[in-house]
Design a protein. Structure first.
Length: 366
């Protein structure tokens, strides 16, 4: 009798799912290799949760190439079969399990599992390699929709190292951490353009002898500073008249690292992957200062086309090559106007490029 009872319950659930699916407007999509629920949700302007509920999927469900998946229409919210918007009537006729709550349906009491709220103490999460919005939401017991809303995201795209709020109370902390990370990004050094200090006004003298002595000493220091500043200005003017030909800044600070012109001895050369679709991008570049690369030949680049953490091949017009790691995107700043890349100072020395700005070609794999 028990087996017969379980059979009828299973049959009833299947019929409910079939009737439920018929009441929802959807598009049938055949799954191809490489597609994920996140990609389908973005393509059809719906959510991963609505796709899973419409197809009766759960956290352990696996996708198979050729599988036909129902995609709900854009903007349509899908509920689990049997969900109801009416509030349940609670009865106190008998004690029930702590993980369930009694619900009166007609004259029978049915135990319905209680949905646990997100009790994670974590407020923020740093995105690791290969993590997705769906895997992060499952880790913290929240939904993809909540993750998008708390982090002001319009899609499911993530970047390695990105800070996400995984709790509504973690939004201020996530914003603060993102701001701190953005402030830590290196920017090109800007020459000090502060004019030399020249004091022309004399200091008023008080009748007090102690005050007079102090003011005399202060005035003397100011006069000495002013004279030193004038001497520096005169020397700079003399040096301009007899200045040698321009030498790039990296050549002044560091000797050539004698790197191979084909980049074969670069630290990241072995990590340059030839898998995927190859792409090339050309543009104007400048340097950013960093102590890395002079002895260990670890070169870095800032660019927008390749994702952070990927290894790219950089070619100069003179035929020299280096392999570099993408740190992050090139910020939209005044100093970066008209640039497509910034490379580390050691990388520029290895390429033997000349001038403040220089053309580069970068190859990467998507």
């Amino acid at each position: 009798m028990k087996k017969i009872f379980l059979f009828f319950i299973s049959l009833t659930l299947l019929l409910n799912v079939h009737v439920f699916a018929q009441s929802v407007k959807y598009t049938e999509h055949t799954l191809v290799e490489g597609e994920t629920l996140s990609m389908l949700a973005s393509k059809y302007k719906t959510t991963v949760g609505d796709i899973m509920r419409l197809n009766g999927m759960h956290a352990d469900s696996k996708l198979i190439v050729g599988q036909k998946i129902k995609i709900p229409s854009a903007g349509q919210t899908v509920s689990r079969p049997g969900d109801t918007k009416t509030k349940p009537v609670v009865t106190k006729t008998r004690p029930v399990d702590t993980n369930t709550k009694p619900v009166v349906t007609n004259t029978k009491t049915v135990a319905v599992p209680v949905t646990k709220k997100n009790t994670s103490a974590a407020l923020t999460h740093i995105v690791q390699p290969k993590e997705t919005m769906y895997s992060i939401s499952k880790k913290y017991g929240i939904t993809v929709d909540q993750l998008q809303k708390w982090n002001y995201k319009k899609d499911n795209n993530l970047e390695e190292g990105e800070v996400l709020a995984v709790n509504v109370n973690g939004i201020p902390e996530a914003v603060k951490k993102r701001k701190e990370l953005s402030e830590q990004k290196p920017v090109a050094a800007v020459p000090d353009q502060t004019p030399p200090l020249i004091v022309k006004d004399s200091i008023k003298v008080d009748n007090s002898s102690a005050v007079q002595a102090t003011q005399k000493e202060t005035q003397q220091k100011i006069n000495n500073t002013s004279q030193q500043t004038k001497d520096v200005v005169v020397k700079q003017e003399e040096q301009k008249k007899t200045a040698p030909p321009f030498i790039p800044e990296q050549k002044k600070d560091h000797p050539s690292n004698n790197a191979a012109s084909d980049g074969s001895d670069n630290f990241f050369a072995k990590n340059f992957s030839a898998s995927g679709k190859s792409a090339n991008t050309n543009g104007t570049a400048m340097i950013f200062k960093t102590a890395s690369g002079w002895s260990d030949r670890k070169y870095y680049v800032l660019m927008n086309e390749a994702p952070s953490g990927s290894i790219v091949k950089i070619s100069a017009s003179n035929g020299n090559i280096v392999y570099a790691k993408v740190l992050w995107k090139l910020d939209d700043m005044k100093e970066n106007k008209g640039l497509q890349f910034r490379i580390s100072e050691a990388a520029a020395a290895a390429l033997n490029v000349q001038g403040d700005k220089f053309p580069l070609t970068i190859q990467y794999y998507q």
